[in-house]
Design a protein around this ligand. Sequence first.
Ligand code: NAI
Length: 331
Amino acid sequence: MDAEVFDEFPSPADELAGRTIAVIGYGNQGHAQAQNLRDSGCEVLVGNRDDEFRAAAQDAGFEVVTIEDAARRAQIMLLLIPDEVQPEVFRDQIAPGLQDGDTIVVASGYNVHFGLLDIADTVDIVMVAPRMIGEGVRDHYERRESVPCLVSVEHDASGRARGTALAVASGIGVLRGAVSSSVREEVALDLFSEQAIWPSIMAIFQAGYDVLANAGFSDDAILDELYLSGEPAEILGRVSRVGMIGQLGLHSKTSQYGQLTNLLRSGAFTDQMRERFAGVLNDQILSGAFSQDWSGSDTEPDADARIAALRKKAEATSLSVAERAVLDRWS
Ligand code: NAI
């Protein structure tokens, strides 16, 4: 299914004239988006709590106010604070200052899709979700290059939400690489990548390490071969330019023959993965079970404590123990 690619490129300064944009949060995405919007001719202020990010925004020449004041003064609010703190900050500091016809812009679909922000029906909700870290969003803007981005209108109370979404995306410098999407699609793809693809890649390295270590090879040599040399990062860099199969041409003929014969023999493994991944997508992500587990209960220990407990278990695996010893020896 092909997504809509945008072919209208509104001038952000014209389309958003007379409206103030508040960038709430000056971290990874916030610092990049605020600077890009300002350089695109928009009226931007930053809403931030009193921490080092507030000082960084002030150093960059922004007017920085409390989040409450930003919500009262601006007509367009970009929520660029961590997803897990957004519901509380929105309820206590942003919602009281919103007016009918204001726009909330999210950079991730999570809280809107799972109904964790209680946004009045009279407020527009749009998503401008760059598929890149903030540094990249800023660097590409300065080089006049676009970055991939998902854009959607989730609620159009004012009748002008689409124009606002496209103008904000244009001001951030991501409209030319953007496709039309939805919070549901953004959150499903994002969580799928995090919960199906990356844990499986880590599990593959774990299985590979165990087989090679049991065969008596040295930890240093195994981990160098698997990933500590940085070769997988080089390969993925090539993949992003010429594709998975395209990059094979850069390897020796022995390597290509070995990779291709084994890829074409891996049908049963791929079938097992498909079944497992469908379970992650349907039963864990789209059903809301993950969101309920992670965001649904006030009685759970806080996020950092939950992650610390899981990390402790992951750090006890054979791969992790070997990795620590090798990295210590090398440092
Ligand atoms: P971040 O972790 O860099 O946010 C830091 C900012 O949040 C700082 O300004 C800090 O003062 C503020 N903050 C932190 N805790 C707070 C609290 N309890 N109350 C008030 N302010 C608080 O956030 P990041 O990574 O830029 O993410 C922002 C949004 O962008 C999220 O929705 C995220 O999913 C989305 N996003 C992030 C990407 C990334 O590369 N990090 C990529 C695309 C989207």
